[in-house]
Design a protein around this ligand. Structure first.
Ligand code: C5P
Length: 229
């Protein structure tokens, strides 16, 4: 059965090219997922006006992965907060001063979660090395006052152990059945993701490119609800 709790933990990556396509997908998934993730492609094409429209029906995660000098990142966080998004992110690789500046800027927006990308799930580094780097970066983000991280499913449990159960884990690289892995290297299915401590599952192409995106989203939620965690 599709529970509200599970659907609210799915973030659909709206990696489409126009607001027409974005709104069509939003309408298709209105009842099936809680979050829409707007990334570089869509934001660069359509700009901030799109965000307020999407916010009417869903939580919005602005996935622009800021990585610049501390002052520039802090200003970008302020602009994201002013748009009213519920989640925004930076690259943990930007270092401690950048993370602290971002965290300071985010304090003005208590309803917005600030998270850090640890290691891209497309990165080709071996799993054990990715785990080590992801853990170091997660601790850095935690100490700088961020709310959580983007990581692969394989790192989520260790990160929770090191940074606390309340430290949020957002995991892309979700695939199930015979789906094409495409450019993702460290993939897991929705049940595994929840079993390993993922709070939010980012799912793009498995939903966007499905014959029925709604059915694919509901299948993911149903697999999540089979987890033991
Ligand atoms: O289509 P797919 O499910 O692979 O999409 C994954 C989404 O998650 C993409 O929007 C990608 O930019 C994003 N992402 C990722 N790995 C990260 C951070 C974000 O794949 N570490």
């Amino acid at each position: 059965m599709l529970t509200d709790a599970m659907k609210d933990r799915i973030m659909v990556a709206l990696d489409v090219n126009s607001k027409t396509e974005a709104f069509a997908m939003r309408d298709t998934l209105a009842e099936s997922v809680g979050w829409l993730k707007v990334g570089l492609r869509l934001f660069v094409a359509e700009g901030p006006s799109l965000i307020s429209e999407l916010s009417k029906t869903h939580h919005v995660f602005l996935d622009l992965k800021f990585h610049d000098i501390p002052n520039t990142v802090a200003q970008a966080i302020e602009s994201a907060g002013a748009l009213g998004v519920q989640m925004v992110n930076v690259h943990a690789g930007g270092g401690k001063p950048m993370l602290e500046a971002a965290s300071q800027a985010a304090k003005a927006f208590p309803d917005m979660l600030l998270i850090a990308v640890t290691v891209l799930t497309s990165d080709t580094m071996p799993k054990d090395q990715a785990l080590k780097v992801a853990l170091e970066r997660a601790k850095l983000a935690k100490n700088a006052g961020l709310d959580g991280v983007v990581c692969s499913v394989f790192e989520a449990a260790s990160i929770k152990e090191a940074c606390g159960q309340d430290f949020i884990t957002v995991t892309p690289g979700i695939r199930w059945g015979n789906q094409d892995t495409q450019d993702q290297k460290r993939i897991a299915d929705p049940k595994m993701a929840v079993d390993n401590g993922s709070d939010y599952l980012v799912i793009g192409r498995p939903i966007l490119q499905a014959d029925s995106p709604k059915q694919a989203a509901e299948e993911a939620a149903s697999m999540m609800s089979q987890a033991q965690a």
